[in-house]
Design a protein around this ligand. Structure first.
Ligand SMILES: [Cu+2]
Length: 334
């Protein structure tokens, strides 16, 4: 039985920019450390999994078709990011807690943000300019190209190699994990900072609208589909993914961008804040199924729905993660 989460024991997750330079380096060092540790997943079944870092990527790939655009999105990623924080601390000497990317602070220019300014205390920055990168128009999204499009060549992740993906962006009629599944495909970290995307989808107005959501259906709609017109199919969740480049845009393999966990930490923060403003109606509010895009035949998520985490953790009931201060979780946000 876990110790109860008292006020003194509650850990505080901070915004990247409010962490001291040494704390940020402690974080990126720990991420690099995980990328050098051996994996727990078997290489025979998972040829592309070469490190402990890749255990997290492959686990995300494994459950992608259940935990996105579904009723499991918020609960599953809450536990996933918490397991990441735990691994950094227990396996790689990280002494802090998971930082978050507070989007509206840096929408005017990602290149100048402490997250992506390419300094030694950043998460690396833009990629090299790739003249071949095109504007994106797929489905209902049309967004101009970003400013990079090639490999990140500065900052802590300048030599970082990703091993999994890339996956196609076409989500239609996916019923199983598509190729390249878990194939080994070494690539550099691709970045293409996109101020158009972040300023349209991650601004303060959208965050306020998200926090003003009247119920969980509304909250999820804003998160993934706001603004509703004319090209509002991204929402702040998709906005964070599409403002960083190809690695982060990959629905399956996006945890390979070191900014992934900070983006999802912000999503978790906003969900936690929104939940705490109306305990009665929001603490246990769920909506959706256990299948991507909530098909009519999907199974509705309840507090008793089991979530899987592969080699990272045992199965967890959704009800175990509805609060960041219960069932072994014990954190809050600045
Ligand atoms: Cu995800």
């Amino acid at each position: 039985m876990a110790q109860s989460c008292t006020a003194e024991r509650t850990t505080i997750r901070k915004e990247w920019g409010e962490m001291a330079p040494a704390e940020r380096i402690n974080y990126t060092d720990a991420v690099l450390c995980l990328s050098r540790k051996p994996p727990r997943l078997p290489t025979a079944e998972y040829p592309g999994v070469r490190s402990r870092f890749d255990d997290f990527v492959a686990t995300h790939i494994n459950y992608t078709l259940h935990v996105h655009y579904s009723g499991l999105f918020l609960p599953w990623h809450r536990r996933f990011t918490w397991l990441w924080e735990k691994a950094l601390r227990e396996e790689c000497h990280y002494t802090g807690y998971l930082p978050y990317w507070n989007w509206p602070l840096w929408t005017s220019d990602l290149h100048k943000s402490p997250l992506f300014d390419c300094s030694e205390t950043s998460l690396s920055g833009d990629g090299e300019y790739n003249p071949g990168e095109q504007a994106l128009s797929g489905g209902n999204v049309t967004i101009p190209r970003g400013s990079g499009g090639g490999c990140a060549r500065c900052g802590p992740f300048k030599d970082f190699t990703t091993h999994l993906g890339p996956f196609s962006r076409d989500l239609s009629s996916l019923t199983e994990i598509p190729s390249p599944k878990f194939d080994y495909n070494p690539q550099c970290l691709n970045r293409s900072l996109n101020n158009f995307v972040t300023s349209h989808y991650n601004n303060a107005t959208i965050v306020s609208r998200l926090m003003a959501s009247t119920d969980i259906v509304d909250f999820q709609t804003v998160m993934d589909h706001w603004p509703p017109r004319p090209d509002g199919v991204l929402g702040p969740h998709g906005g964070g993914h599409f403002s960083l480049g190809a690695t982060m845009q990959d629905l399956f393999a996006s945890p390979q961008d070191p900014a992934f966990m900070l983006h999802h930490c912000m999503i978790d923060r906003l969900w936690a804040m929104w939940q705490s403003r109306d305990e009665m109606n929001r603490r246990h509010a769920l909506n959706g199924t256990t299948t991507i895009l909530n098909p009519p035949w999907g199974q509705q998520v309840t507090l008793d729905t089991k979530m899987e985490f592969g080699v990272l953790d045992g199965p967890r009931r959704v009800g175990e993660v509805m609060s960041p201060t219960e069932h072994g979780l014990c954190y809050t946000y600045t």
